[in-house]
Design a protein around this ligand. Structure first.
Ligand SMILES: [Cu+2]
Length: 363
């Protein structure tokens, strides 16, 4: 697949609007809020969606904040790099950035689609019951399929496309919906009575697994309270820990290594072999000295996690094809007859500005 640069990906307000309308319509239509407390939850959901799609397609505030902290221009974050969990994997050398981004898309899809499925299943059950309290079908398996579905969709998006704003809203969303579940229970208990208390004893709130793990707890009243609080609390601290980890790791990986260490060896027939190692975002060595008229064979080795190129207009070196992580290319070149200084660089958006430049000194 073609690389999608920062400039090509962002500023797409049509996509932002289309996705926002789609997901707003979906959540409002299927998880139809009726009572006041439901509208409160829905407010946060809509705010979450606005923040998410604005950053995903329009204006990436998070990238603008994170990039300088990493010593990079925002333009270094194209479509793939903007999957920040994937980018973290790429920066730590676990996977090339394209694969890491695809992994995040895959993982999130496994949460988003079943989550939407639960919201629809809940809607169908409620719709069929025509105002009666539903305690069978999907509601016979868990008491809050729609709330769980919404939280799964939000969690999926936190994996696919984390942003600072949604990261702040996410724990609020979890706590909010745990509370909503509680309010709904007390409301229905009051409305339906003993049958509902029995239903609560039989059917788990969100997660069947946690329910059975807590079977041992003697007091059943206590049990469901624990049960619907456990998941959100655990989720919240997990995300906080993960986010701190992300900041620490990316901060620690920012900009390694330095210049110098000439990798020049005169080869046979007067050809100078020069090896340049490309990483994010530098060439090493970043200065190469050659004689006027010297024939040079550049070997560009990509030791980074994302693709790079090699090009120089002033030196008359045409843009190379993209060198994938782990790949290398060879470029033959003859130095100009007069002393001077030329730059070579990687022309993927933002890389040169981030420092992916080397100087060829002719003297
Ligand atoms: Cu590059």
């Amino acid at each position: 697949m073609d690389r999608v640069s920062f400039d090509r990906w962002y500023g797409n307000w049509t996509a932002a609007l289309v996705y926002l309308l789609l997901f707003s319509a979906f959540t409002l239509g299927f998880a139809r809020p009726r009572r006041r407390y439901e509208w409160r939850g829905m407010g946060i959901v809509q705010a979450f969606l606005v923040a998410l799609f604005t950053e995903m397609f329009g204006l990436p505030l998070t990238i603008y904040l994170i990039a300088p902290a990493l010593g990079l221009p925002a333009q270094a974050f194209g479509f793939y790099e903007s999957h920040l969990w994937g980018y973290l994997l790429a920066r730590t050398g676990v996977l090339p950035v394209e694969q890491a981004a695809h992994l995040m898309m895959l993982l999130s899809t496994f949460l988003i689609l079943p989550g939407m499925g639960l919201v629809i299943a809940g809607w169908r059950a409620i719709h069929r019951a025509r105002g009666r309290t539903v305690m069978t079908g999907i509601y016979g398996k868990l008491r809050h399929p729609q709330y769980l579905g919404i939280l799964m969709v939000a969690t999926g998006f936190m994996i696919m496309w984390p942003t600072l704003l949604t990261l702040l809203m996410y724990p609020v969303l979890l706590i909010m919906y745990a509370r909503l579940a509680g309010e709904e229970e007390s409301h229905l208990e009051w409305e339906v009575g003993e049958a509902y208390r029995d239903y609560v004893r039989r059917v788990p709130a969100f997660m069947p697994v946690i329910r059975s793990a807590l079977r041992g707890v003697a007091d059943s009243e206590k049990r469901w309270e624990v049960e619907w609080m456990v998941a959100p609390r655990a989720g919240r601290s997990l995300w906080v820990a993960a986010f701190l980890g992300l900041l620490l790791l990316t901060g620690g990986c920012a900009r390694g290594a330095g210049p110098e260490a000439p990798a020049q060896r005169p080869g046979p027939a007067g050809v100078l072999d020069v090896t340049l190692e490309g990483t994010e975002f530098a060439f090493a060595p970043n200065t190469v000295t050659v004689r006027p008229g010297q024939r040079v064979r550049f070997r560009i080795v990509n030791k980074g996690a994302i693709a790079h190129t090699f090009v120089s207009d002033p030196a008359g070196i045409p843009r190379s094809q993209e060198i994938p992580p782990g790949g290398e290319i060879t470029v033959e070149w003859t130095a100009p007859p007069r002393p001077g200084s030329l730059e070579v660089w990687c022309d993927i958006a933002g890389h040169r500005e981030a420092g992916m430049v080397a100087t060829i000194a002719v003297k």
